[in-house]
Design a binder for this molecule. Structure first.
Ligand code: SAM
Length: 321
């Protein structure tokens, strides 16, 4: 399963010492950051809850059902990758006193797990909506409201590790290069790492039912003027920033469907949740009643097993110069 495009690069001792020195002033109570109160402003459509913020392209819901899906997806990713990150920072994180930022953290499952794995480090999650546990949380975790496209509320060169996962349905392509990537780099210290993890909005080895569903999903995503083809472009974007070195890319293929055991079943449930979220639109597009649309998932479930369908996720990580 999976192919490494470029080998994991161990950090050199000098990079490690550089980061360690610059991390000496960390305060685990996070008093250096002001927690901004999140707005509590949502809109509701077809029984689902969404953000109500102008000029935000992200169009997925943010209700309990979606939080459950994101949490499930986190455990699926950890199982597929057998790790929570690929940047060569484990020694530093274990030693402690480094700052980690998770941009678009959502329910913050990744961040909270990292905060418990590395209790001597300081973790900050930023999102446009408050879907994370704001009150009951570890001492070394802070949440801040922020829009990556408007500039993050942090000084330059502040974090040792800046992480972003599954925001490929959040921005048009040009905003990745003009706003998102420069901002991720700006808040990262020289010698620190930026890591990006993304899905491919493509199912490999797909049958005709899967193809129809995925084509409709991709059309819908693109109708929101966001660019889902980020994985194929990211290495170029990172290189073109001119501010990163040691640029790495790796990916994993994993089964979707019962043929893939527990993780395959999780991937299947995850895809069905996405297709169901589009039910109002797709059932009309396919000329089906809501009942017929639901019923045709039975064929989808059998088809992914028949074709041994696969999903692919990517990680990119690079060191700030
Ligand atoms: C698919 S979820 C991923 C959540 C989390 N990173 C994870 O892996 O579970 C995308 C998250 O990005 C947030 N988001 C979308 N646009 C954003 C922006 N411009 N700035 C900050 N966060 C954003 C959404 O509110 C949502 O919580």
């Amino acid at each position: 399963m999976g192919t490494t495009f470029s080998k994991f690069q161990a950090s050199t001792k000098s990079q490690y010492l550089k980061l360690k020195r610059s991390a000496s002033s960390i305060n685990l109570n996070n008093s250096s950051l002001t927690t901004k109160i999140f707005r509590d402003d949502f809109k509701f459509l077809n029984g689902r809850r969404y953000h109500n913020i102008e000029n935000i392209h992200y169009f997925f819901p943010n209700d309990d059902q979606e939080i459950d899906r994101l949490q499930l997806q986190h455990y699926m990713m950890r199982f597929i990758w057998r790790s929570n990150f690929s940047s060569p920072l484990r020694d530093l994180l274990e030693e402690g006193y480094v700052r980690v930022l998770d941009v678009g953290c959502g329910p913050a499952t990744w961040l909270l797990e990292m905060a418990s794995d590395f209790p001597k480090c300081e973790f900050t999650g930023v999102d446009i909506v408050p879907v994370m546990p704001l009150t009951i949380k570890p001492q070394n975790v802070t949440f801040v409201e922020g829009n990556l496209l408007n500039g993050l509320p942090f000084p330059n060169n502040h974090f040792d590790f800046t992480y972003i996962r599954f925001l490929n349905c959040a921005f048009p392509s040009n905003l990745w290069t003009t706003h998102a990537i420069p901002e991720l780099i700006r808040v990262t210290k020289p010698g620190g790492y930026v890591e990006i993890m993304e899905w491919e909005t493509k199912i490999h080895n797909q049958g005709p039912i899967t193809e129809r569903l995925m084509d409709a999903l991709i059309r819908d995503i693109r109708s929101h003027e966001v660019d889902d083809r980020i994985p194929e472009k990211m290495t170029t974007y990172l290189k073109d920033s001119g501010k990163l070195k040691n640029i790495n890319h790796d990916y994993r293929d994993s089964p979707i469907g019962k043929h893939g055991g527990r993780v395959g079943k999780l991937a299947l449930d995850n895809s069905i949740a996405a297709f169901k979220f589009c039910e109002a639109k797709f059932s009309v597009e396919f000329g089906m009643t809501s009942e017929e649309y639901d019923a045709h998932f039975e064929h989808y479930v059998n088809e992914v097993d028949e074709y041994k369908s696969q999903i692919r996720t990517h990680r990119f990580w690079a060191e700030k110069i």
